[in-house]
Design a protein around this ligand. Structure first.
Ligand code: SAH
Length: 356
């Protein structure tokens, strides 16, 4: 079957068999990628018009108890300058973000034991009390179901936890023994059941990734039906075991983003910072390939260089305002409109209508 026929089936059925995924992802041409890209853009605009949702990301701690082989803030990286923002500092970021027009705050960190359920729910409560019209997205890793429930009850709306790979053996080659594929999946299922708008996703081009593992990722996402999907290229970090590995392929990343949009027409799909790091127009390309979210950095400038998940992360020199303006300009240059508003997933709109 031709790649175009497979893309048409995906568009119609919203799924492909494992064999079909493998066939589609093997030796695709630039024309195939652009075909998928145009279809994905059409689907995005049919669902969202020209709108692109902006989220402010606050990287509030780079202290991490985990030791993921790919990640620059892994526990064993003794070169990383560790920091943790205080609650007051985080609230100041929100204030600045609100002033700049953000209505979603994404709180991301390493798995930092300081942030107990008590502390994080207090923080969520404070942000919600001050900004009831804003959504809170958490991206703070694996926790217990009780912990996720407590954070949801405190008012958190969304949760990002990339599955990283849907292949158990591949997962074990990216993470130390203390982490397990089963627990990652358990966490994702808990998050969804509790009622979070839930995001999963992968890095493209991680060591040991194959067409087969990517096919499994796409199949998993088709079944899990996440509200959000994060896909960016893997970029090596010099102080990790994967320092000498290759950077993920930009075209393959864009192709996978387009296929994700075709499979999940309503998904919230960020054009990632990692994509913006491998090419200066990467985030524009992502949006032209079907992305509809960008997440400029809202972290204080003095800590940005310390939240280095990978080398040369884009935007680490800029202030919050500069990050926003740059992305705003990029989006306007391709005729997109920046949306002020929470930008919930369509399935969750009813619940949040008064805020949208
Ligand atoms: N501790 C949180 C946040 C992790 S950072 C968690 O576990 O979810 C968010 C994402 O950055 C990770 O899920 C991973 O997919 C991505 N990331 C980490 N290291 C990276 C690298 N070297 N290149 C590209 N992306 C990376």
């Amino acid at each position: 079957m031709s790649k175009r026929e497979l893309i048409d089936i995906l568009n119609k059925e919203k799924m492909l068999s494992h064999e079909q995924w493998c066939e589609l992802l093997t030796d695709f041409s630039e024309e195939d990628r652009l075909f998928a890209g145009e279809l994905a853009l059409k689907i995005t605009e049919a669902n969202f018009g020209k709108n692109v949702f902006f989220r402010g990301i606050i990287e509030f701690s780079n202290i991490c108890k985990n030791d993921c082989y790919y990640c620059g803030i892994r526990r064993s990286n003794k070169e990383a300058q560790r920091y943790r923002l205080s609650e007051e500092e985080i609230l100041l970021c929100c204030r600045e973000g609100y002033r700049l027009g953000y209505r979603t705050f994404v709180l991301q960190s390493g798995e930092d034991n300081y942030w107990t359920d008590d502390r994080i729910t207090t923080l969520i409560g404070c942000i919600k009390a001050e900004y009831p019209d804003c959504a809170i997205t958490l991206s703070i890793g694996e926790r217990s179901r009780e912990s996720y429930e407590a954070m949801f009850n405190a008012g958190a709306d969304r949760y990002l936890l990339r599955h990283e790979t849907a292949d158990k053996d591949h997962y074990a080659r990216l993470h130390p023994e203390a982490m397990s594929f089963e627990n990652r999946m358990l966490c994702l299922n808990d998050l969804k059941e509790i009622g979070f708008q839930t995001g999963c996703g992968i890095m493209v081009g991680t060591p040991y990734q194959t067409i087969e593992t990517l096919a499994k990722d796409m199949e998993f996402m088709g079944e899990f039906k996440p509200e959000m999907v994060g896909i960016g290229p893997f970029i090596p970090h010099k102080d990790t075991p994967f320092a000498n590995c290759e950077t993920g392929d930009r075209e393959l990343t864009l192709f996978l983003l387009s296929l994700t949009r075709i499979m999940l027409p309503e998904v919230l799909l960020p054009s990632t910072t990692a994509l913006g790091t491998v090419a200066s127009d990467g985030r524009i390309q992502g949006v032209l390939a079907g992305c509809n979210v960008v997440m400029p950095n809202l972290s204080p400038q003095n800590v940005r260089k310390s939240y280095m998940l990978y080398d040369n992360k884009a935007g680490s020199e800029l202030s919050a305002q500069e990050s926003l303006r740059l992305l705003q300009k990029q989006m306007e240059s391709i005729g997109k409109t920046i949306v002020i508003g929470r930008g919930d997933h369509i399935r969750y709109k009813g619940k949040c209508e008064e805020n949208d």
